[in-house]
Design a protein around this ligand. Structure first.
Ligand code: HEC
Length: 398
């Protein structure tokens, strides 16, 4: 019952997190697009201080958007800020992290084969990584090193490598990935809170006083929003990564994480250049090629299974069925008995041969190609048993 209630909280907060995330990233994509498509305004608009002009049609109306060089002659009564999208995405994300990975630490975060942590230790380590990374990032950017964007980028990349390695050697694969994502998300929301909003406030204050804004803020805001720009696409990959055990459940999951972060950041570079009116589709081609290479390099090595003689098929099938029953049906059954997963996860039930056949390709993907199932190997499946199941899969899918 308890996990039933937890599931509802998880559903509600995931739903909110996705909505707020779409609003945040959607707004920032929209403004980048807007900036990219501004046209030179007609003279009469230029005389009013407008530097870019854009017309659009959407949802049954025609919109006219103008971007000012600095400020309009008169400030409007309502000026829309875009900050709550960022804050609420972060807040709902932290709640979701707590519900799934902290409340359910024993199932999702702790992998005893990687590090024998207690729930309290795992949570403390997770939170220390998130807050610690943010504090270090803030200190780095405000230190003298912060003056040089390339030096900072270099340090951040090295820190990213160390973080990915450490997390993967402390937590389960999913737990490591999601913490890497939480660190990135915290930096991004922190940038909005600590730099982007204050710099916009400083801009407004200067305009009100009729002064030109302190260039310090402009430079700071630029550095931090550059970081946010490159972190968006990697973060979205991490948000959906828990569906892909070929990444997080791989032996070298921490390297795969870094490679995908690099590829997705590279894809972002294409749009950044587009912004500067430089068209370089070769960047997207390179990102696609790198993805292909990664897919080939991490492809599962087929388990060597002895050919099955016709008269052995029945025996293998019986054995495989017994193994699946013993190792999988505590969770994947209409009458699941697991303490946490009381309803068959993913709707996958393996109570009889028919159901096993129906799921054969996914059984292969999850318990042969990657050893992601049984979940955290809670039911202690052995490699010999995997080999028998692999033989059965060959029989059923031929
Ligand atoms: C301790 C509980 C538990 C055990 C035991 C377990 N699983 Fe799972 N399984 C899960 C959970 C939780 C999910 C959903 C999360 C996910 O997809 O990663 C899942 C999802 C799946 C899926 C559906 C996702 C997809 O890729 O289509 C398959 C297939 C699967 N398990 C196969 C197996 C097999 C085969 C075994 C036994 C060798 C097994 N599981 C044992 C908990 C378990």
């Amino acid at each position: 019952m308890e996990s039933y209630i937890v599931d509802w909280f998880s559903l509600i907060f995931r739903w909110l997190h996705v909505i707020t995330g779409i609003a945040w990233i959607g707004a920032s994509f929209y403004f980048v697009w807007l900036d990219n498509n501004l046209q030179n305004p007609p003279q009469w608009k230029e005389d009013k201080g407008i530097k870019g002009d854009l017309w659009a049609i959407h949802g049954g109306g025609i919109y006219e958007v103008a971007k000012y060089k600095l400020s309009p002659e008169q400030m409007p009564e309502t000026l829309h800020w875009f900050k709550w999208e960022a804050y609420s995405t972060w807040l709902t994300g932290m709640v979701l992290l707590s519900i799934i990975y902290y409340l359910g630490a024993d199932s999702y975060l702790i992998d005893k084969q990687i590090a024998d942590l207690s729930q309290g230790q795992a949570i403390a380590i997770g939170l220390a990584f998130i807050t610690g990374s943010w504090v270090l990032y803030e200190l780095l950017c405000s230190s003298p090193l912060g003056k040089n964007g390339y030096v900072i980028a270099g340090i951040l990349i090295a820190a990213g490598v160390a973080t990915s390695y450490s997390l993967a050697h402390l937590f389960s694969g999913r737990g490591a990935y999601i913490h890497f994502g939480a660190i990135i998300g915290t930096m991004m929301a922190g940038n909005v809170f600590r730099v982007i909003m204050p710099s916009q406030r400083a801009l407004l204050a200067a305009i009100e006083k009729g002064e030109s804004p302190d260039p310090k803020w402009g430079a700071k805001a630029k550095l931090h929003s550059t970081h946010n720009t490159y972190l968006t696409l990697p973060l979205i990959f991490i948000m959906i990564s828990s569906h892909y055990p070929m990444t997080y459940a791989h032996q070298f999951n921490w390297i795969i994480l870094l490679v995908i972060v690099a590829i997705t950041a590279l894809a972002r570079q294409y749009f950044v250049l587009q912004h500067k009116k430089i068209h370089k589709p070769s960047i997207l081609v390179a990102a696609a090629a790198a993805t292909l290479v990664l897919a080939i390099v991490i492809a599962p090595t087929p388990i060597k299974v002895a050919a099955v003689a016709k008269n052995q098929e029945q025996v293998i099938t019986e054995k495989a069925k017994a193994i699946i029953t013993e190792r999988c049906t505590s969770c994947h059954s209409a009458t699941a008995t697991d303490d946490i997963f009381v309803m068959a996860p993913g709707g996958v039930m393996l109570d009889n041969l028919e159901q096993m056949k129906m799921w054969a390709p996914r059984i292969k993907a999850r318990s042969i190609d990657s050893k992601d199932m049984p979940f955290m190997n809670k039911t202690h499946m052995t490699d010999e048993e995997r080999a028998v199941v692999a033989q059965w899969i060959i029989i059923t899918t031929k």
